[in-house]
Design a protein around this ligand. Structure first.
Ligand code: GLU
Length: 469
């Protein structure tokens, strides 16, 4: 069997972690079986999903993560003619019918059902109105759901699931605005696109019997279904779509490596023994739907940071440099050419959890403008000031004249500064302060080296001027 899976988000908001997991598992399943993976944007809810940037956001997020698709992106709003022709067929064959019930009637019906403790459901009032093709415009089209029997399907993660038909409504498949609805379009698309495995979130379990009934009414073979469990936040609540920290690009913007995010998302519900670290290629060779958990899983940001730190320290330094430069571009940061980015990263990655932390914490190494906190200089008396001005001038000259810009050489120059022990300590503090605007940093010789000769000379000149003032 040629496996075809799809990811079919509705662009009603930013792509969130739960949706990415759905996309990733569908993609992994297709890739692990040499199958095809489709990206389909389900944008027929035109009130909620007409925002172009949500559509673009889906594409950008998938592209960033490298979840590539073989076909698509398809947009349902480009396929309306196809849906209309199927609906026409369904009307003509009495599989669907026009429903002229007013909102008021449906409201009254619903209220009386609730009062009588009956599950609200359309009562089939318009089922027997004959289709004439030119009734008034104010109607919806409903699918004629079977009255009796059960819909039973074998979920590849959960096993057999059964629904009684008398619990299922006559689903609206075309709204009054002439736009078909999700449950209908999705079924037609899955059929047209040859989807063999529908892998999606468990919130769609109750849609599955409706979709199966539509498929059966059209004489179409059913795909396989697999419903993934929900993701929970730290408080045990369902991961909210509205919370921006569940948006996948939020993690990109905050300096998380895609390798870390992918590895962590893979582990949210799928496991292979106690193994924690997986490359995508490895998972492709190991992935299997029957290893997926049925239980809700907690999304833990600290665990993600753990993965991120792991990947920052274990991917090749050249890869990290490239990723860091791209990340800096995303933040509109341009490093001047004197900065030794590779050395900056070598010096800082083991001290940080994210790329953003490196950018924020070590800003002083690449930013031309640092606003020194001058109160530190107030502790120096006039005599000390004169001493330090002269020592800084000598130090500056030696650095300037040195042809060798290496950590070793810089350390030598630092060692040669002729001051007594006490003053040497103050000199180091002033120098560190001139470069980092703080009292703690990685070793001085290393930060001087990384910041580059040009930057350091300017900063020493700057501190001399400040001491003079
Ligand atoms: N468009 C649906 C959603 O975003 C997914 C439907 C499906 O996978 O069948 O939840």
């Amino acid at each position: 069997m040629n496996i075809v899976t799809r990811f079919s988000p509705s662009p009603t908001g930013y792509l969130h972690i739960g949706s990415v997991r759905t996309a990733l598992y569908s993609w992994l399943f297709a890739r692990s079986k040499n199958g095809k993976f489709i990206l389909r944007i389900e944008d027929t809810d035109i009130v909620r999903s007409n925002k172009q940037y949500y559509k673009q956001h889906i594409i950008d997020s998938m592209t960033w993560l490298g979840i590539n698709w073989d076909y698509g992106p398809y947009y349902q709003t480009n396929r309306l003619d196809r849906y209309y022709s199927v609906i026409d067929y369904m009307l003509k064959n009495n599989i669907a019918y026009k429903c002229f019930c007013t909102e008021d009637r449906l409201k009254v019906l619903r209220q009386s059902q609730l009062i009588n403790k009956i599950k609200p459901k359309y009562d089939g009032h318009c089922r027997n109105i004959k289709y004439t093709g030119n009734n008034s415009n104010n109607y919806v089209i409903r699918f004629r759901n079977p009255d009796n029997g059960h819909v039973v399907f074998n979920d590849l993660i959960r096993g057999e699931i059964s629904f009684s038909n008398n619990e299922i409504d006559d689903l609206i498949i075309l709204r009054t605005n002439n736009i078909p609805t999700y449950n209908f379009c999705s079924v037609i698309d899955d059929y047209d696109m040859g989807v063999t495995h529908v892998i999606r979130g468990e919130e769609h379990i109750s849609n599955t019997p409706r979709q199966i009934n539509i498929l059966k009414s059209l004489g179409i073979n059913l795909p396989n279904y697999a419903h993934l469990s929900i993701l929970l936040d730290n408080n045990g609540k369902k991961l909210s779509k509205r919370d921006k920290s569940n948006n996948v690009m939020y993690y990109h913007n905050n300096g998380i490596l895609k390798e870390a995010l992918l590895n962590y998302i893979i582990k949210l519900g799928w496991s292979y023994g106690n193994k924690e670290i997986f490359s995508l290629n490895e998972v492709i060779s190991l992935f299997n739907l029957n290893k997926i958990s049925k239980s809700p899983i907690k999304f833990d940001v600290n665990k993600l940071l753990w993965y991120n730190k792991y990947y920052m320290n274990n991917l090749s330094i050249d890869y990290i440099v490239n990723d860091f430069i791209n990340y800096a571009k995303l933040l509109n940061l341009n490093f001047d050419k004197n900065i030794k980015i590779k050395d900056l990263l070598k010096l800082t990655i083991s001290r940080c959890n994210t790329m953003k932390e490196i950018i924020d914490k070590y800003k002083y190494l690449y930013s031309n403008k640092i606003n020194l906190n001058l109160s530190y200089l107030n502790y120096l008396n006039i005599k000390d000031k004169l001493i330090f001005i002269s020592v800084f001038k000598d130090f500056l000259l030696t650095l300037k004249n040195s042809n060798d810009w290496s950590v070793y050489k810089i350390q030598n120059i630092l060692n040669q500064v002729s001051l007594n022990k006490e003053n040497k300590k103050i000199f180091y503090q002033l120098l560190r302060f001139a470069i980092t605007n703080s009292h703690c940093s990685p070793p001085l010789s290393q930060i001087i080296y990384v910041a580059g000769k040009f930057n350091i000379i300017n900063r020493i000149k700057n501190i001399i001027e400040l001491i003079k003032k």
